[in-house]
Design a protein around this ligand. Structure first.
Ligand SMILES: Nc1ncnc2c1ncn2[C@@H]1O[C@H](COP(=O)(O)OP(=O)(O)OP(=O)(O)O)[C@@H](O)[C@H]1O
Ligand SMILES: [Mg+2]
Length: 222
C-alpha cells in the first residue's frame, strides 16, 4: 500500500462564469520514506494541490474539490472537520515558502511548537518541553534552550524557516509537504535546509513531498 495515493484531483474556485480551474486532474503516489518532487510553472496548482492534502481548500460554494486522496488506504476527501484536525500535523504536515505563514508573530517559538505537540498528544509540561527541544534540535536550530523564549521577529529568515520546520515535525508526521521551502532564503541557507530535510526524512522515517522550481534540487533530492 502506498503512503499517499492521489487520483484525478481537481480543484475549482468560484461558481458559474467565475469558475477558475486551479488543479486539473493530478494523480501521484508517495511511498513511506521517499521524496517525491512536484514541479510546475507558477500558477499551475502546486500549492492548491498541497492544501488539498491537508483539507485546507475553501469548501463549497467558494471551492470544489473532487477526486481521491488516500492516506494509508484511507479516503481523506470525505473526512469531517474534526477528523481532518487529527490528520493535519500528526500524519501530514506542511512547510510553506514563507515561514511567516506558519508562525504566529505574537507567540514564542517554545509556545507554538509546544502547542503543536499538545494538539495531538497528552503530555506533561516537562514532557512537552522535552519534545519541543527535540524538535528544535532536529530542525538544527542553534541553542534550542535559548530559542524557546524567542519571538519569530527575533530570528533570521533561515532560523524562522527552521522554526517552522520544527513546528511541522513536532507531532512526528509521516508525510511532510515542503512547498518551495527555500525560495525566500539565500543560496547557502537553501542548501543547509534541504540537507536538513533530507536527514529528517531518514531519521524520522518520514516521506517528503517537495515542491520546487529548481530542477537541480529535484535531481539531488528526489
Ligand atoms: N483561494 C483561492 N481562490 C481563488 N483562486 C485561487 C485560490 N488559491 C489559488 N487560486 C488560483 O489557483 C491557481 C493555482 O494556484 P497555486 O497557488 O496552486 O499555484 P502554484 O503552482 O503554487 O504557483 P507558484 O509556483 O507561484 O507558487 C492560480 O490560478 C491561483 O490564482
Ligand atoms: Mg505555490
Amino acid at each position: 500500500m502506498h503512503l499517499l495515493e492521489v487520483e484525478d484531483l481537481r480543484v475549482t474556485f468560484g461558481t458559474g462564469d467565475q469558475r477558475v480551474p486551479a488543479v486539473a486532474g493530478v494523480s501521484l503516489t508517495v511511498d513511506a520514506g521517499e521524496t517525491l518532487a512536484l514541479v510546475g510553472e507558477s500558477g499551475s496548482g502546486k500549492t492548491v494541490t498541497s492544501l488539498s492534502l491537508l483539507g485546507l481548500n475553501p469548501p463549497a460554494p467558494a471551492g470544489t474539490t473532487t477526486g481521491q486522496i488516500r492516506y494509508r488506504g484511507r479516503e481523506l476527501t470525505s473526512l469531517s472537520r474534526g477528523d481532518w484536525r487529527r490528520v493535519r500535523g500528526a500524519e501530514i504536515a506542511m512547510v510553506f515558502q514563507d515561514p511567516g505563514a506558519a508562525l504566529n508573530p505574537l507567540l514564542t517559538i517554545g509556545t507554538q511548537v509546544g502547542d503543536a505537540v499538545r494538539a495531538h498528544e497528552t503530555v506533561s509540561k516537562a514532557g512537552a518541553r522535552k519534545r519541543v527541544l527535540e524538535a528544535l534540535d532536529l530542525a538544527r536550530l542553534p541553542r534550542p534552550e535559548e530559542m524557546l523564549g524567542r519571538y519569530p521577529h527575533q530570528l533570521s529568515g533561515g532560523m524562522r524557516q527552521r522554526a517552522a520546520i520544527a513546528l511541522a515535525i513536532a507531532a512526528r508526521p509521516k508525510l511532510l509537504i515542503a512547498d518551495e521551502p527555500t525560495t525566500a532564503l539565500d543560496v547557502a541557507v537553501q542548501a543547509e535546509i534541504l540537507a536538513m530535510l533530507d536527514s529528517l526524512r531518514r531519521d524520522l522515517g518520514m516521506a517528503l513531498l517537495l515542491i520546487t522550481h529548481d530542477l537541480g534540487v529535484v535531481a539531488g533530492h528526489a
